[in-house]
Design a protein around this ligand. Structure first.
Ligand SMILES: NC(=O)c1ccc[n+]([C@@H]2O[C@H](COP(=O)([O-])OP(=O)(O)OC[C@H]3O[C@@H](n4cnc5c(N)ncnc54)[C@H](O)[C@@H]3O)[C@@H](O)[C@H]2O)c1
Length: 324
C-alpha cells in the first residue's frame, strides 16, 4: 500500500485526493489548515483519512506528499517534506517568491528528495505527440510559435485563491505555458508583455488580458496570449518550423500537421481533464517508490516562476526584460 498525503484540500487538492484515491493500492490522508475535518470528510467521502496538522500528515507514514495549499505556504510544506526525505508533488507555481523557490530547490538537492512539479500538461498525450513529432524533425527546425490560453472559468472555480491574489496572478497561474515551451522548444530568455484589465465581466483580475513577445535560448521567437476572459476556455499553440507547421488544440486532443510536400494530417487523442491528473498521479507513485525520476522537477519549477515574474515586471515597467 502506498500512502499519499495531500496538504491543502481546495479546488485542486480535492481533485488530487480523489484521483489518487482511485488508484489501486493507494491510501490518501489529507490535511487542510482552514477546512474542518468534518467538512473534509463530507466533501471527500469516508475513505479518506483526515489529520489536523501538516506535522501529523508527515507522521502518518506518507510515502509522498502532494502540496496543493496556497502558493505562499508551498515552501513550508515542501521543506518539511524534504527534511524527512518524503517525495513531493508540488503544485505550480513552485512558490510565491524566487527566494522561497530557491530554498526548496536547495533542500531537494541537499536531501536527495525527488520533487515533481504539478505541471500537469507534461502528462497530456497530445503534447507528447508533439514532442515526438519535433524529435523526428516532422516540421524541420522550429523558427516561431504562437500560444493561446483563455480561461475565464478559472476565476469561477477557484474564487478563494483569487480573493487574495495581487497584481499579475495570470502570469503565474498559466506558468504551465512557460513550462511547456521550455520542454517542447527551449528555455525562455526574455520577453516583453503588454497587460491590462479589460472588458466588463463580473469576475476580474488585473490583468485579465496579457500579450507577450518571447525569445528562447536558441533564438526562436514567438508570442503568447493569456486571458481570464474566454468562455468556454481554450488552450493551444502553433509551432512554425522550416519544413512544416504543427497546430495543437489541447482540450480537443487535436494535433494538425501541415507540410509543403504532404497532405495535411489531423490526429485526435481526446482526454478528460482527469486523465492527465491520473497519469501524473501514477507517475508520482513511481517517483515516491523511487522507481522513476520526476519528469518535471524543481529546476523546471524555478525556471517557470522566473519567467512569470520577469513578464509581470515587463508589464509593470513597460520594457523588455531578460529572464535571469
Ligand atoms: N496544476 C493545476 O492545474 C492547478 C490548478 C489549480 C490550482 N493549482 C495550484 O494549486 C494551489 C492551490 O490552488 P486552489 O485553486 O486549489 O486554491 P484553493 O484556495 O481552492 O485551495 C487551497 C486550500 O489550501 C488550504 N490552506 C490554506 N492555508 C493552508 C496551509 N497553511 N496548509 C494547508 N492548507 C492550507 C485552504 O483552506 C484551501 O482549502 C495553488 O498553488 C495553485 O496555483 C494548480
Amino acid at each position: 500500500m502506498t500512502v499519499i498525503g495531500v496538504t491543502g484540500v481546495g479546488s485542486i487538492g480535492a481533485r488530487h485526493a480523489r484521483v489518487f484515491g482511485e488508484l489501486a493500492g493507494v491510501e490518501v490522508v489529507v490535511h487542510d489548515a482552514v477546512a474542518s475535518p468534518a467538512d473534509l470528510a463530507t466533501r471527500l467521502g469516508p475513505v479518506v483519512r483526515v489529520v489536523p496538522t501538516l506535522a501529523a500528515l508527515l507522521d502518518a507514514g506518507v510515502d509522498g506528499l502532494v502540496v496543493a495549499s496556497p502558493d505562499e505556504v508551498h515552501a513550508e510544506a515542501a521543506l518539511a517534506a524534504c527534511e524527512r526525505s518524503v517525495p513531493v508533488l508540488l503544485e505550480k507555481p513552485i512558490a510565491d517568491t524566487v527566494e522561497a523557490a530557491e530554498l526548496i530547490a536547495g533542500a531537494a538537492t541537499a536531501t536527495g528528495t525527488p520533487v515533481l512539479m504539478g505541471y500537469v500538461l507534461r502528462h497530456v498525450r497530445c503534447l507528447h505527440r508533439v514532442r515526438a513529432l519535433l524529435d523526428v524533425g516532422t516540421i524541420g527546425l522550429p523558427v516561431s510559435f504562437q500560444v493561446m490560453l483563455g480561461a475565464y472559468e478559472t476565476l469561477q472555480v477557484a474564487r478563494n485563491r483569487f480573493d487574495r491574489s495581487g497584481y499579475g496572478a495570470l502570469f503565474r497561474d498559466y506558468s504551465h505555458e512557460w513550462d511547456y515551451l521550455r520542454w517542447l522548444l527551449a528555455p525562455i530568455t526574455g520577453g516583453f508583455a503588454l497587460a491590462r484589465a479589460a472588458g466588463t465581466l463580473d469576475l476580474m483580475q488585473d490583468p485579465n488580458v496579457v500579450d507577450v513577445v518571447l525569445r528562447l535560448a536558441d533564438g526562436t521567437t514567438g508570442t503568447a496570449h493569456l486571458d481570464y476572459v474566454q468562455s468556454p476556455g481554450t488552450r493551444g499553440f502553433t509551432i512554425v518550423g522550416d519544413r512544416g507547421t504543427v497546430q495543437v488544440d489541447v482540450p480537443r486532443g487535436e494535433v494538425r500537421v501541415r507540410r509543403p510536400d504532404a497532405d495535411e494530417t489531423v490526429e485526435y487523442d481526446v482526454e478528460s481533464r482527469d486523465d492527465a491528473f491520473r497519469a501524473q498521479a501514477a507517475h508520482f507513485v513511481a517517483v515516491a517508490a523511487r522507481t522513476a525520476e520526476p519528469v518535471v522537477d524543481v529546476a523546471d519549477g524555478l525556471a517557470a516562476l522566473k519567467v512569470a515574474d520577469a513578464l509581470r515586471r515587463s508589464a509593470m515597467q513597460h520594457r523588455w526584460v531578460d529572464v535571469g
